[in-house]
Design a protein around this ligand. Structure first.
Ligand SMILES: [Zn+2]
Length: 156
């Protein structure tokens, strides 16, 4: 088991998620979307655990993991696989955490639109992240991350 990451800005995220109107996935900001498929898409996490932290979500607003269709489940995982390839090129991480947080108690900030996290990992990142990472993630940094990943995303 990986050590849990301490990311204080996640608390702000979880609080804000409740206050937001609508769904951040359904109203996905194109500035954060790295790639779109037919039934799912890849979006940067605005409140990342690490650089290049992505989420893959079905296009359909669905909060119950079991309600994903076979096509949706397949495309979400295929996109996650492509995302790992793009992250490998753009960020050269040493490993990844890929997973679903289902329900508030499991750490989900958005509970009514399921999404798969893809988090790049580096040795020692749990130590330096709380020091280097701040609550404020600059939009420029996210835009850079989006451009970097979109540039290496395979076309077609
Ligand atoms: Zn939604």
């Amino acid at each position: 088991m990986p050590k849990p990451l301490w990311a204080p800005w996640r608390l702000e995220y979880i609080q804000q998620a409740d206050e937001q109107d609508g769904c951040i996935f359904c109203a996905a900001d194109d500035e954060l979307v790295v790639a779109r498929g037919d039934r799912a898409f890849v979006i940067l996490n605005k409140y990342p655990y690490a650089s290049g932290h992505l989420m893959v979500a079905p296009a359909r607003h669905v909060g119950d993991f079991g309600e994903l269709t076979d096509d949706e489940a397949l495309e979400v995982h295929r996109l996650a696989s492509t995302a790992i390839g793009a992250l490998a090129q753009a960020y050269r991480p040493q490993g990844y955490n890929v997973g679903w947080n289902l329900g508030r108690i499991a750490g989900a900030g958005i509970v009514d639109h399921v999404h798969l996290h893809v988090v790049p990992r580096w040795a020692g990142d749990t130590n330096f992240m709380p020091v280097l990472a701040d609550v404020k993630v600059l939009p420029e940094a996210l835009e850079d991350a989006r451009r970097k990943l979109a540039a290496v995303w395979p076309s077609g």
